[in-house]
Design a protein around this ligand. Structure first.
Ligand code: GAP
Length: 548
């Protein structure tokens, strides 16, 4: 049984959810969750957690198969992605090319689903954000104004013993052991190219190293045409290129990668009206002070972290919470996420304050998404360099707005995170089960006629034709039914539909749930609606049809 308890620490009251457990002939109480400082909020949270616990108990009672989380390393993930058709080394028949990757028939679907979910959540479902799609190559003056030509600089170093080439930030050079590392000099990671047939200085151009800049150069046009009022954001996803000295760890550090970025603009002294949304969002926080004092990160409510001044602006706290929720809503384990503040010497040339959402990758805690406060750096730079005003009208006053937060996420890193967190194994089934959120799953359903006969295959084709109007669906009539299920479990297909001996007469089919292997019967007529509701988690599996 779970119950709320109150603790007084240094005069303040804190609420916790406790559970009684029997150990031998003793009953002990165990802390399950921290519920915050407000009793009303604590009660709400406790109800939610209790419901989740009940659902879990019911599931455990009925479930035939228990999935076990399997931790794999980066090489194992890359191997799995290659074997199953997610990601290949680019141009592999010629030996590949370091830092470049090709997405296969499943990887391209997963990648597009990640981009779609990101766009829907950040653009389609919000009034205050619009999207654009800028070009990859633009006027090189953009990169002079943005500071990328002058300040986007790494230092190349080579390990004298192993020959390993890597990069360090300028501030790290002093701390290098000179017996081990040879400093090769500064280098700009922007890829250059030539425009037109004649190679001369004036034809030099760059492949963009971040998608952000065309948001700034088009800022006035977008604001005017989309009739946006401060505060508002502009979003964009697309390819970015960086000539990384040492591309490594699969998609984590690539030379060609995709970014999903939002520049969020505010006017002077504009408060964030959405802070209520992050109240109660607990996340591991690792600020500059804790790092300096060698302390452990703390689990804090984002709202409190802002109130206590740990996170300086309300907007920064809000965006961190918003992005954290996006990852959780798509199945990422909160225990694998934390936010860390940049120390002064790691900040980019444009940033006032930066936090990273970090994920516990097999190689350690690493940046998944950046949140920089870029202030008015970019608009000011473009205003000065282009001699075009970047000011806009805000309630009758001309203002140069500030990018109070830039949530910037690499698609490749998100791809790895979703794959790592969904990699499970089922001992009973003896196969991998990729427990991807159905919205992200590359294939939404697989249709199997259980018996090889024209009657069954015709029904299967009818179901397939209907579902393919909306979803990516596999058709599989070869091998044992177990093999067909296993093939789909491994690639994350959430639902398998079988046309069995009852189907011709009853005009219905079975749907099997990937994670529990439970099955329901549903009428063929209306199956597309049911599948849509299941994918969007609008109906519980057990309630979507007749449980078998
Ligand atoms: N506009 C800000 C910006 O580009 P960044 O921290 O350099 O900031 C943002 O990059 C995000 O882009 C990172 O958090 C990461 O997810 C992704 N990213 C950056 N460099 C990458 C690379 N070489 N390979 C894959 N993803 C990368």
């Amino acid at each position: 049984m779970a119950f709320i308890t109150k603790k007084k620490i240094a005069g303040k009251e804190y609420y916790y959810l406790q559970k009684s457990i029997r150990e031998g002939n003793k009953v002990k109480s165990k802390m399950i969750a921290y519920l915050g400082k407000d009793l009303k909020e604590a009660k709400k949270k406790a109800e939610k957690i209790k419901k989740e616990m009940e659902a879990e108990t019911v599931d455990k009672k009925n479930v035939k198969n228990i999935l076990i989380k399997k931790d794999i390393d980066v090489e194992e993930l890359a191997g799995f992605c290659k074997r199953k058709g997610f990601v290949y080394p680019s141009g592999e028949i010629y030996g590949g090319l370091a830092g470049f990757w090709d997405f296969g028939h499943l990887g391209s679907e997963l990648k597009n689903n990640i981009l779609k979910e990101w766009w829907d959540y950040h653009v389609k479902q919000r009034d205050d954000v619009v999207g654009i799609d800028g070009s990859i190559i633009t006027n090189p003056k953009v990169w002079e104004a943005s500071g990328h030509v002058g300040s986007f600089v790494d230092v190349a170093v080579v390990n004298k013993k192993t020959g390993e080439k890597t990069k360090v930030d300028k501030h790290e050079v002093k701390g290098l052991d000179k017996d081990i590392w040879e400093v090769k000099g500064e280098f700009n990671p922007m890829f250059t190219t030539q425009i037109g047939p004649i190679q001369e200085e004036s034809s030099l151009a760059y492949l963009r190293p971040e998608t952000a800049q065309l948001i700034f150069t088009n800022f006035r046009l977008i604001q005017d045409n989309a009739r946006m009022k401060l505060p508002f954001g502009i979003a964009q996803f697309g390819k970015s290129f960086r000539n990384e000295i040492s591309p490594r760890e699969f998609l984590f550090r690539a030379r060609e990668f995709e970014q999903m970025e939002i520049e969020y603009f505010i006017g002077p002294f504009m408060e964030c009206p959405y802070m209520g949304e992050v109240k109660g969002t607990n996340i591991l926080i690792y600020d500059e002070k804790m790092q300096k004092e060698n302390k452990e990160p703390k689990l804090l409510d984002l709202y409190d972290a802002w109130k206590k001044g740990i996170i300086k602006t309300d907007w920064h706290a809000y965006w961190i919470g918003n992005e954290y929720e996006w990852f959780l809503s798509l199945g990422v384990n909160p225990n694998n996420l934390r936010v860390r503040q940049h120390t002064p010497d790691e900040k980019s040339h444009y940033a006032i304050d930066t936090w990273d959402l970090e994920y516990k990758f097999p190689m350690g805690w690493r940046e998944l998404q950046g949140f920089a406060n870029r202030g008015d750096f970019d608009l000011k730079q473009h205003q000065e360099h282009s001699k075009s005003s970047m000011e806009i009208n805000d309630n009758g006053k001309k203002v140069l707005s500030q990018v109070v937060c830039e949530p910037s996420l690499g698609m490749g890193r998100a791809f790895m995170v979703f794959m790592f967190d969904s990699y499970f194994y089922d001992e009973k089934r003896n196969n991998t089960v990729l427990k991807l959120n159905p919205k992200l799953a590359p294939v939404k359903a697989a249709v199997f006629p259980i018996i090889k006969s024209s009657e069954y295959e015709e029904i299967a084709q009818e179901v397939l034709k209907d579902l393919r109007k909306e979803f990516n669906v596999n058709y599989d009539k070869s091998g044992s039914i177990g093999r067909r299920y296993a093939r789909n479990d491994e690639i994350g297909t959430p639902y398998c539909i079988t046309i069995d001996n009852k189907s011709p007469k009853q005009k219905d089919v079975t749907i099997r749930d990937r994670d529990t292997t439970r099955q329901i019967r549903v009428k063929i007529n209306g199956i597309r609606d049911i599948l849509r509701k299941l994918i969007n988690q609008e109906v519980k599996f057990e309630e979507a049809g007749k449980l078998i």
